[in-house]
Ligand binder design. Structure first.
Ligand SMILES: *Cc1c(COP(=O)(O)O)cnc(C)c1O
Length: 374
């Protein structure tokens, strides 16, 4: 069996218990099996058109229905009114690191304020500083184990936060910002729609789809209209207002990703954000409890109050034990548990689509491994 591991493609013997792959990838990541079944069933013939969404004009009636339907599902999920624009963009969250300051960081405004809780926030700040003035008002580096208790900003062009830091693993336990005085812009790439969210605390939320929402290639941006109107005149593809006016059909959008994301959003809607949040908390508890039970062997990277429900980042006592655990995991069908190359260790991503049974299997392995090596 050929399975992709973090270091390329490698084949390995599957143990007798490994009948399913348990994919703990940080992104692109596991999608709901029911959605994958629908994609497979409709891939060659989209609702009797005898064409695939992969082959369809983005100006067709069918695709128009797909993109407006995806938008409508998201509006229902978050109860978003006409005062919010929903954009389907490309370039990943990484392009947003530049596009946000290009649109909203004007010389006439005070500097933008960035709270840095990990690698992604650091990159966002670096990109903003090429465009204009931006300050790190809080910085948890270089270890990035925590999140601030409060973020009080008197004035700034905007406040930028990363709700969940995918590489180091700190997640804000709750929303500690508002958009009453300074508009808050959030990179929510790795925890958007994983639990209830108070949209009124934000002026803009963006997220790459491939962590929790769908296939790679699509970036969702939700922008409050009063912020959108503040935008500067810049090149059309980078100007949010271009895409707003065109209903995200200014140029060819990532059609396939929008289609699949629409189905994932319906799947999220069927469970409800509250139910999903509870399920995600239960999954993370299983894994963290197993790690906490053997502190002589395991150490969790973030401090307890900022532990991510999405990305469990941890180390073992020695690199040799880490390699051994990865190997034993693979034999049971658990893949993509290797930590990000920048910090090493292990990382288990437990996004919405990862079932409780996979988190339980990982917790069981962690407990069993500690009994043998603790
Ligand atoms: C993955 C990720 C990014 C980068 O996303 P790309 O789509 O690869 O550009 C940015 N921010 C966060 C929080 C992420 O998890």
């Amino acid at each position: 069996m050929l399975v992709r591991a973090s270091e390329g493609y490698l084949s390995f013997p599957m143990g007798p218990a490994a009948t399913t792959i348990m994919n703990f990838s940080a992104g692109p990541a596991m999608l709901p099996p029911s959605v994958m079944d629908r994609v497979a069933a409709e891939l060659r013939d989209y609702r009797g058109t005898r064409m695939s969404v992969l082959e369809m004009s983005h100006r067709s009636v069918e695709f128009e229905e797909i993109i407006r339907g995806t938008e409508a599902t998201l509006r229902r999920l978050l109860d978003l009114g006409d005062d919010w624009s929903i954009l389907f963009l490309q370039g990943g969250a990484s392009l947003q690191f530049s596009q946000v300051p290009m649109n909203f960081l004007e010389d006439s405004l005070p500097p933008a304020a960035y709270a840095i809780t990990g690698e992604w926030g650091r990159k966002a700040l670096a990109a903003a500083r090429i465009i204009g003035e931006a300050d790190a008002i809080w910085d948890g580096g270089p270890e990035y184990r925590s999140t601030p208790h409060s973020l009080e900003i008197e004035e700034a062009a905007y406040l930028h936060v990363t709700t969940n830091e995918t590489i180091h693993g700190p997640q804000y336990p709750q929303e500690i910002w508002s958009s009453d005085h300074v508009p808050t812009i959030a990179d929510a790439s790795s925890d958007f729609l994983s639990r209830p969210i108070e949209v009124s605390r934000y002026a803009m939320i963006y997220a790459g789809a491939q962590k929790n929402l769908g296939p790679a290639g699509l970036t969702l941006a939700l922008i409050r209209r009063d912020l959108l109107d503040r935008g500067r005149a810049i090149s059309p593809m980078l100007d949010y207002r271009t895409h707003d006016k065109a209903g995200s059909l200014y140029n060819t959008p990532p059609c396939f990703s929008i289609w699949v994301t629409g189905m994932v959003l319906e799947w999220i809607e069927a469970q409800g954000l509250t139910g999903l949040g509870e399920a995600n908390t239960a999954k993370a508890d299983l894994v963290y409890n197993a790690l906490d039970a053997s502190p002589e062997l395991y150490s969790v990277h973030p401090e307890p109050r900022s532990r991510s429900l999405m990305n469990v980042v941890f180390r073992l006592r020695t690199p040799e034990l880490e390699a051994q655990l990865l190997l034993e995991g693979r034999e049971k069908g658990m893949v993509e548990l290797k930590g990000h190359r920048s910090i090493g260790g292990l990382r288990a991503s437990l996004y919405n689509a990862v079932p409780t049974s996979h988190a339980q299997a990982l917790a069981d392995l962690l407990g069993d491994f500690a009994r043998r090596h603790g």
